[in-house]
Design a protein around this ligand. Structure first.
Ligand code: KG4
Ligand code: ZN
Length: 353
């Protein structure tokens, strides 16, 4: 039995989580509201906030898990990709903490963490100590995918289809050639004057709108790759043209615009995923990353059960956006294999995925 501390600080969430083997004991997240007023993450503010948050967040994670720091067996941290200044805070903290406790250090790729979040076991909601456990009922009935599975990884910075053959064997089948899906929703929301991050706002607004009100053409991109920059530009020009005739166009059609744009994004995502599943014959289908919180994407994936005979794996909402539980589980797999990081391990902003 091992206790793993996970540390995540790649963007604007400071998070610490404790696992007892693969069972989650606590998952604490300090989000940074400061970026809302700028309509996006300001890297310098983000790293300063991580500095303020990291020690209290780890303290709360330990106390919610009802263990002391001396009980820990390893410290897993996000090494990259992400904002360098933000990563540096988590990486430096993890190194000093592990060294002070004389326990191993495990480095984790943030994107692998998102994918491996499907392997976190949650004890009863009350024992788990996570702040948003109410949503755990959203987990699909078969809790863990079998290898190999396909994972649609959709976040603010990434959109890709991965073939996952083991916790250490990821093959990228397709990727976005320009913007990520989450980035597209965030930028479209910004154009509409909605708050940041726009993805959840569009999701909520879309429930009151008609997704067939407006149509946007789909990109023609080969294989399993994605492109969203054309959709973003088409949306921008569509608003600009309509605003010329009616300055209140956005206000009057907010919900329909959100629903139509969201439908376009999710249709694009689903089309390539269905193709990848058909071509590879893999019917174990998972989604991960911030955009996997999207209600239309979640229901579209669920429909794949009837339409394509898929077994579907949809993460609880608390594991969709950035969190340290996913870093701890990825770290746990490496810990079991004895794959440890050296003390000179440096963060990386981009790479591998
Ligand atoms: O994984 P994540 O927290 O951070 C990155 O690694 O990028 O993903 C953040 C992204 C943002 O673009 C945000 O707008 C999007 O996830 N997002 C959503 C929803 N919740 C978060 N997009 C659509 N619908 C949602 N409900
Ligand atoms: Zn992420």
């Amino acid at each position: 039995m091992s206790y793993i501390l996970g540390i995540e600080s790649s963007c604007d969430d400071t998070s610490a989580a404790i696992l007892k083997d693969d069972v989650l004991l606590s998952n604490c997240i300090a989000s940074q509201a400061i970026h809302e007023q700028y309509g996006g993450v300001v890297p310098e503010w983000a790293s300063r906030a991580h500095l303020r948050n990291i020690v209290p967040v780890v303290d709360v994670a330990l106390s919610r898990a009802k263990i002391s720091r001396e009980d820990l067996d390893a410290v897993a941290f996000t090494r990259g990709p992400g904002l360098l200044g933000s990563l540096l805070v988590g990486v430096s903290f993890a190194k000093s903490f592990a060294q002070a406790l004389d326990i191993p250090l495990v480095e984790v790729n943030h994107l692998e963490g998102h994918v491996l979040s499907h392997f976190i076991k949650t004890a009863t909601a009350s024992a788990s100590g996570t702040s948003t456990m109410a949503d755990l009922g959203m987990a699909s009935e078969a809790t863990q995918p079998s290898f190999p599975f396909l994972c649609l990884l959709v976040s603010g910075g990434h959109t890709q289809i991965l073939r996952v053959s083991s916790p250490f064997d990821f093959k990228i089948l397709g990727s976005t050639i320009d913007d990520a899906a989450g980035e597209t929703l965030d930028k479209a929301a910004k154009i509409m004057g909605l708050s940041y991050p726009g993805g959840p706002v569009i999701d909520k607004l879309a429930t009151q709108g008609n997704c067939k009100a407006f149509t946007f053409s789909k990109p023609r991109i080969p294989e399993y790759n994605y492109s969203f920059s054309g959709l973003k530009t088409a949306f921008l020009y569509f608003l600009r043209d309509n605003l010329k005739n009616n300055p209140h166009f956005i206000e009057e059609h907010k919900a329909d615009l959100a629903a139509s744009l969201q439908k376009a994004v999710i249709d694009i995502l689903m089309e390539k995923l269905v193709k990848a599943s058909k071509d590879t014959g893999i019917k174990e289908i998972a989604i991960a990353g911030g955009v996997s919180a999207n209600s239309l994407l979640r229901s579209s994936i669920m429909q794949g059960k009837q339409l394509y005979g898929w077994r579907t794996f949809i993460p609880p909402l608390s594991f969709t956006t950035d969190n340290a539980a996913m870093i701890a589980i990825a770290g746990y797999f490496k810990f079991l294999m004895g794959i440890f990081a050296p003390l000179n391990s440096a963060p990386y902003a981009r790479g591998r995925y």
